[in-house]
Design a binder for this molecule. Structure first.
Ligand SMILES: Cc1cc2nc3c(=O)[nH]c(=O)nc-3n(C[C@H](O)[C@H](O)[C@H](O)COP(=O)(O)OP(=O)(O)OC[C@H]3O[C@@H](n4cnc5c(N)ncnc54)[C@H](O)[C@@H]3O)c2cc1C
Length: 402
């Protein structure tokens, strides 16, 4: 296999996983990021590695439901179409995609992409990438038992699409064992996707950066890329910090991919879907699992030294400004499912933009008509889950080049 000089633009989880896979294949890899590595959307998310709930958002009824939810200030799915033409075009595409047939085709693609996800996470740890990972399964709970039906149906779709794993119904005794922090006076029903895991995303990014640095990858923070220019059999990358030439370039800049690719004539169907989280230590019995609260649609991750509550899908998300009142309401909603865990100061609140494609499928592969340029972006709600699989796929494609 030919060794190439590859520039990976974007050092979020996706770019770092791509750099890992390319380095493992023996390439000479450089990662360029405008800011610090892992400080974009890869920072404050829930960190779930969830092959059991990897399905496209564009499902029948979602647009209608989203518009209804938008009328409620606390709705987990918020749409503010306004007159933004980019968003309206995205919404139009999303609507077109929201058929049962497309949902099934998209689910099959994601199941296939996830086929080796858990093995890949294990392989990272075996190779010496140090990060916090918990194999507790994913517990979905509801105050109204009927609210679990949607998740049962989605899981059944995943199974039909080839996802080979279990979803176990939890009675009260089993719920108490699965997550002792739950208040069984209010939680009516639960179930557990058994193979799913969660990681502390900050530790995954830090672990990858440490591994890449120790394995000869050139890591450059504070290197914003302004333009990409094709040059003979390679690409010239220019930015505030200078110019570099690479044989191959991978654009893994999350929501930033849209602006970077536009001058090259590629309009990526990606918009920002804003989400929030709060992370803190707390008092009382802390959750220790990945816990999904069906009514407020919040995820809770019980890390070694903190609990994170995350959620909200606000379209279109334009900035990462934190709405503290919303974060406060998320904390209250989460606490209402728990016996006595309450966040204590300091509480870190955060907002990030999921790079959401209209069909819910990430864009991984060669950029149309631009030889030597690859895209690894648009991971939406699934960038942590799909990071290692994305890296593996990009490395396969570069290896398969003639
Ligand atoms: C609230 C919330 C909860 C979530 N929970 C989960 C979850 O549980 N599981 C899951 O799988 N996913 C989850 N996600 C989604 C996940 O966080 C994202 O899909 C993932 O972080 C995207 O990673 P990325 O590397 O593509 O983007 P980013 O992490 O945003 O990284 C992109 C990087 O590119 C850099 N960049 C941008 N433009 C340029 C440029 N021109 N030049 C140089 N560098 C540039 C940025 O500085 C940034 O570091 C969640 C998201 C949110 C918001």
């Amino acid at each position: 296999m030919e060794t190439r000089r590859v520039g990976v633009i974007g050092g979020g989880v996706v770019g770092l996983c791509v750099a890992y896979a390319l380095r493992n294949d023996g390439h000479d890899v450089t990662v360029l990021d405008a800011g610090p590595f892992g400080a974009g959307t890869s920072l404050g998310n829930t960190g779930w590695v969830t092959p059991s709930f990897s399905y496209p958002l564009a499902a029948p009824g979602v647009v209608r439901e989203g518009l209804r939810a938008a009328l409620r200030p606390d709705g987990a799915l918020v749409m503010r179409p306004g007159l933004d033409p980019t968003f309206l075009a995205w919404l139009w595409r999303f609507r077109q995609r929201a058929t049962l047939e497309n949902l099934r085709a998209g689910t099959r693609l994601l199941v296939e992409l996830n086929r080796h996800t858990l093995e890949l996470f294990d392989a990272y740890q075996t190779a010496g990438v140090a990060f916090e990972m918990h194999a507790t399964g994913l517990v979905v709970v509801a105050k109204d038992a009927h609210k679990l039906d949607t998740y049962r149906e989605s899981f059944a779709e995943m199974r039909r699409a080839g996802h080979d794993a279990g979803l176990v119904e939890l009675d009260r005794d089993a719920l108490a064992v699965a997550e002792p922090a739950l208040d069984l006076g209010v939680v009516a029903a639960g179930m557990q996707a058994t193979v799913d895991r969660f990681v502390r995303p900050e530790s995954l990014a830090a672990g990858l950066v440490a591994w890449l640095g120790a394995h000869g990858v050139d890591l450059r923070e504070g290197w914003p890329v302004a333009s990409l220019r094709r040059e003979q059999d390679g690409w010239r990358v220019a930015g505030g910090a200078g110019e570099e030439r690479f044989d191959r370039v991978v654009v893994a800049t999350g929501i930033g991919s849209v602006a970077l690719m536009r001058p090259l004539g590629i309009r990526l169907p990606i918009i920002g879907a804003k989400g929030y989280s709060l992370t803190s230590r707390g008092s009382g019995t802390a959750p220790r699992t990945a816990l999904y609260l069906a009514e407020p649609r919040l995820g809770v991750s019980g890390y070694d030294d903190a609990v994170r509550v995350a959620g909200v899908f606000e379209l279109p998300g334009r900035s990462t400004t934190v709405d503290e009142a919303r974060v406060g309401r998320m904390a209250e909603a989460a606490a209402s499912y728990l016996v006595d865990w309450r966040p204590t100061e300091p509480i870190t609140s955060w907002a990030g933009l999921r790079p959401a494609t209209a069909d819910g499928i990430p864009i991984i592969g060669p950029a149309d008509g631009l030889p030597g340029l690859y895209l690894a972006t648009g991971h939406g709600m699934l960038g942590i889950t799909l990071g290692p699989a994305t890296g593996a796929r990009v490395a396969d494609l570069v290896r398969a080049e003639r």
